[in-house]
Design a binder for this molecule. Structure first.
Ligand code: OSB
Ligand code: MG
Length: 369
């Protein structure tokens, strides 16, 4: 498969409601959409780097630079037949997993299209539907949060994830548990605490959370292992797991009991699958996290979440949870049983709405072999 051309588009999409975590607040979601052409087909990938270096060090600007000046020159005009082959070309370039993952995703889409199978099939997915959960940002007060949860439950979201931070945690969880004693509930701190907060974090155990996501530093494994020894609640790592080796080390030292897999964070679907395979071997549950993706990135997440080891609900909600108009057709919708259907058409299995993509494009550049 000769890579004939690659197009980068920086887009900006307005979120239907702001999204706030322990460390940042987003109202508009910029990202880079990568279109890769080969053998008369076009594959699409989404690079999830955003406005600023808050979740990780990557931003739209760094990703554009790395794609344009390093990743694209490394693969343009090359004849590559597998994601392993693509990864090999990118190996000399260190870091920048989100930039790599966006490019790799476009390649996976074309590859699946040439084989006339869905991306889910190509990845080895077996599920026809994936379980959908929702991540609810920090709200202005507790009554507002309770209303939001009520509304989301009514829409069919079964698993609720709450963003927490010091000052928006125990009291909030207590109120939520009082109102919803039996819901599947979890919390995500986005690295807002320190090991010195261990006494405070032990109090999370009283809420029966299915997991506590990334309580400590974004680069840490060691302190998480110490914390996990003291908590009943399973720790799930997000930010700290950047490679399959990180996942192996985390499991070896007991830094977590669950892993959130995000293709963007780990450099692509190939390494996301490797982490899935490792966790499955070791009996560790995984689920697919989200980065507020448009339908393009969402479709790739749905595909990887169709693998059998993704046994916990994913941060993959319906298109309407994020966008007034998604970039794809049909949009992802929540089924009455709280799941999302895995597309069966070739590649991503969704149609990209070119006019909408054009409308949200802020910068575009094309590279030809
Ligand atoms: O930590 O999981 C996270 C969104 C942006 C960056 C980081 C995270 C999140 C979410 C929302 O929690 C996931 C989603 O619904 O896409
Ligand atoms: Mg997280």
């Amino acid at each position: 498969m000769k890579i004939e051309s690659i197009e980068l588009r920086q887009i900006a999409m307005e979120l239907v409601e702001p999204f706030e975590t322990s460390g940042w607040r987003e109202t508009v979601r910029p990202c880079i959409i990568i279109a890769l052409r080969s053998e008369g087909l076009t594959g699409y990938g989404e690079c999830v780097a955003g406005v600023g270096p808050w979740y990780s060090y990557e931003t739209v600007e760094t990703a554009w630079h790395i794609l344009k000046d390093f990743l694209i020159p490394a693969v343009l005009g090359k004849d590559l037949s597998s994601p392993e082959g693509l990864q090999e070309q990118l190996r000399p370039i260190r870091g920048h997993p989100m930039a790599k993952a966006g490019l790799e995703a476009a390649f996976w889409d074309v590859l699946a299209q040439t084989k006339r199978i869905s991306l889910a099939q190509l990845l080895g997915g077996t599920k026809e539907r994936i379980e959908s959960g929702i991540s609810i940002g920090i709200q202005k007060d507790i009554p507002t949060l309770l209303e939001v949860i009520e509304r989301r439950r009514a829409q069919g979201y079964k698993r609720i994830k709450l963003k927490v931070k010091p000052g928006w945690d125990l009291e909030v969880l207590r109120a939520v548990r009082q109102r919803f004693p039996n819901i599947e509930l979890m919390a995500d701190a986005n690295a807002a605490y320190h090991l010195a907060d261990r006494e405070h974090l032990r109090k999370f155990d009283e809420f029966g959370l299915v997991m506590l996501e990334q309580p400590l530093d974004y680069d840490d494994l060691i302190d998480h292992a110490a914390l996990q020894r003291e908590l009943k609640t399973p720790i799930c790592l997000d930010e700290s797991i950047k490679t399959p080796d990180d996942a192996r080390k985390a499991l070896d030292i007991g830094a977590c009991r669950i892993i959130n897999i995000k293709p963007g964070r780990v450099g692509g679907l190939l390494d996301a699958k490797k982490i899935h395979d490792l966790c499955r071997e070791r009996g560790v549950p995984v689920w697919c996290g989200g980065m507020l993706e448009t339908g393009i990135g969402r479709a790739a997440n749905v595909a990887i979440a169709s693998l059998s080891g993704f046994t916990l609900p994913n941060d993959i909600s319906a298109s309407a949870r994020y966008w007034r108009e998604d970039l794809i057709e049909p949009p992802f919708v929540l089924e009455p049983d709280g799941t999302i259907k895995v597309p069966t058409g070739p590649g991503l299995g969704v149609r990209i709405i070119r006019e909408r993509l054009e409308r949200v494009t802020q910068r575009r550049e094309e590279f030809r072999a």
